[in-house]
Design a protein around this ligand. Structure first.
Ligand code: C2E
Ligand code: MG
Ligand code: MG
Ligand code: MG
Length: 282
């Protein structure tokens, strides 16, 4: 017994693990401070309508402006924020700030009034009982149309199908808030099941768009996903479009929307105004 305990203790004090635990704790403390000090900022990436060639809206993508480490991408802090539950506060902040930003753009004399704003919602927040009242309050305060708000969720959220999520999806629908399945194709979802919810659009994950030309074997996946969306009367957005060839292929498949570096990287708020002022057409 003593031996087992000794071994367990040895593991607890494993220097590498200890180091890792310390780093996680530091990150958690840093994140808490970041929320208080509002160290987050939002980059906006345009979503292009392939029928008009014009910007239809923007996706809000969070960044962390760390005082020492500089700009940190979501992949490097969202997992920790998820683990510690801090993600809810960050996500609500993004929702609030991006809606406020949309209001500012809409007040601008030369910016189109019908732009949409897309926000990524973590699974955790979707089952939070206060989410809908917070959404209502944000819409009320910013005075944006609820129909201009698109919430991106992942397949797994739908498939988990808890009562809380079902109720939430229903409440969003009543408000005409649009729900988009992000990273479509990377999760496990049953199509007949997805069909039961009134979802607005499927967003094809960038990994499939990337393989559209590279790999003959995978060629058929993007067309198949577009047909699936159409057969369920859903809109479709292609993510991670980087080349003209991909764009032409997507157009020929009647994909409705596209997003990717070919059009623009995610931009800081000031640059969005410049981009819109240049009135680009693709
Ligand atoms: P996502 O929602 O699937 O966002 C798309 C990601 O692809 C973004 O990465 C974007 O910068 C990147 N991307 C866009 N176009 C291209 C392209 O042409 N090529 C390539 N290689 N990448 C492209 P980002 O900004 O690093 O965000 C990563 C993920 O972090 C997002 O994936 C989303 O799941 C999550 N995320 C971002 N902001 C938020 C947020 O406010 N709340 C939550 N819960 N998650 C967020
Ligand atoms: Mg997204
Ligand atoms: Mg995605
Ligand atoms: Mg993604």
């Amino acid at each position: 017994r003593a031996k087992a305990l000794g071994r367990a203790r040895y593991h607890i004090f494993d220097p590498a693990m200890y180091q890792e635990a310390i780093q996680l704790l530091e990150m958690e403390n840093d994140l808490r401070r970041a929320i208080e000090r509002q160290e987050f900022l939002i980059y906006y990436q345009p979503i292009i309508s392939l029928t008009t060639g014009m910007i239809a809206g923007f996706e809000a993508l969070v960044r962390w402006q760390h005082p020492v480490r500089g700009l940190i991408d979501p992949i490097d802090f969202i997992p920790i924020a998820e683990e510690t539950g801090l993600i809810n506060d960050i996500n609500i902040w993004v929702l609030q700030s991006a809606c406020q930003q949309l209001r500012t753009w809409q007040n601008h004399p030369t910016i189109p009034k019908n732009l949409t704003i897309s926000i990524n919602l973590t699974a955790r927040l979707l089952s939070h009982p206060n989410l809908i009242s917070q959404v209502d309050q944000i819409i009320y305060e910013t005075n944006i149309k609820s129909a201009s708000l698109q919430l991106e969720i992942t397949e797994s959220v739908i498939m988990e199908n808890t009562e809380a999520v079902k109720r939430m999806l229903q409440q969003m629908k009543e408000r005409e808030i649009k729900l988009v399945i992000d990273d479509f194709g990377t999760g496990y979802s049953s199509l007949s099941y997805l069909h039961r919810f009134s979802l607005h659009a499927l967003k094809i994950d960038k990994s499939f768009v990337k393989r559209m030309q590279d790999n003959q074997e995978d060629m058929g996946l993007v067309p198949a996903m577009i047909s699936i969306a159409k057969s369920m009367s859903m809109s479709v957005i292609a993510e991670g479009v980087e080349t003209k060839e991909q764009l032409e292929e997507l157009k020929s498949l009647n994909c409705e929307f596209a997003q990717g570096y070919l059009f623009s990287k995610p931009l800081e708020q000031e640059l969005v105004v410049d981009l819109l002022a240049s009135n680009p057409r693709w």
